[in-house]
Design a protein around this ligand. Structure first.
Ligand code: 13P
Length: 252
């Protein structure tokens, strides 16, 4: 049975002190929630990763990094490597986020390398994909998503897919307040699951968690999560408030 997952991507938000305060609140409230086959993951910025990882060690809250370098070490000023992430006991990394694709040159080819480096270093990958508004308007969204997934992930072996989580994040829905409808999310998730089933075997596609991301809030989470192929959410803005994030966790 595939896991339900609610993951919070803090992006470039929260100072060290603010991170500590948010984690404290999350830890307190999460105790009241009964988690049934559900994972909670938070992805703070690099500067807060080690502290948050330590603070959540004996809780049900898991921690993820927001990016890694495709290379493992060397003269790459400002970069953070997969072994560095692992060395502070963080086991998951978000790759392919549209903000990384748009502002930091994360192409499909580079992402394929980052995925390989992550898996080689025993990191689980939350792989994001999604179309921009023009693609949706012109009806190209399935084609765009298919390309993104094929180019970055279809060289993987069946065994490697055990460590992949997918996250559909239509770019037009990120931070805009305009969420995809539950039907639009379901349609894309089912399409992607079928794509994986065709390339691999249905056992893999059935077990892969596919999250939806883009303006998920306590008010719309339940409806989106009710869809058959939506296995949880990747939450941005609403993950910055303990109350909102936990309300979304409860919705699942
Ligand atoms: P918002 O929830 O703020 O739209 O962000 C979604 C996202 O990009 C999560 O990675």
């Amino acid at each position: 049975m595939r896991s339900k997952i609610v993951a919070g991507n803090w992006k470039m938000n929260k100072t060290y002190q603010e991170s500590k305060a948010l984690v404290k609140e999350l830890k307190k409230s999460v105790k009241e929630i009964k988690l049934d086959n559900t994972r909670i993951i938070i992805a703070p910025p690099f500067t807060n990763l080690q502290k948050v990882s330590k603070k959540t060690k004996d809780t049900c809250i898991e921690v993820a990094a927001q990016n890694i370098c495709a290379l493992e070490s060397g003269a790459f000023t400002g970069e953070i490597s997969a072994p560095m992430i692992k060395s502070i006991h963080v086991d998951t990394v978000i790759l392919g986020h549209s903000e990384r694709r748009e502002y930091f040159g994360d192409t499909d080819e580079l992402l394929a390398k980052k995925v390989d480096t992550a898996l080689k270093n025993d990191l689980e990958v939350i792989f994001c994909f999604g179309e921009v508004l023009e693609d949706r308007k012109s009806g190209n969204h399935f084609k765009v998503v298919e390309e993104q997934i094929k180019k970055a992930l279809f060289h993987l072996t069946s065994e490697e897919w055990v460590n992949i989580i997918l996250a559909y994040e239509p770019v037009w829905a990120i931070g805009t307040g305009e969420t995809a409808s539950p039907e639009q999310a379901q349609e894309m998730h089912a399409f992607v699951r079928e794509l994986v089933a065709e390339r691999y075997i249905s056992g893999i596609s059935e077990n892969i968690s596919i999250l939806y991301g883009g303006s998920v809030k306590p008010t719309n989470a339940k409806e989106i999560f009710s869809k058959e192929d939506v296995d949880g959410g990747l939450i941005g803005g609403a993950a910055l408030s303990a109350n909102d994030f936990l309300a979304i966790v409860k919705a699942i």
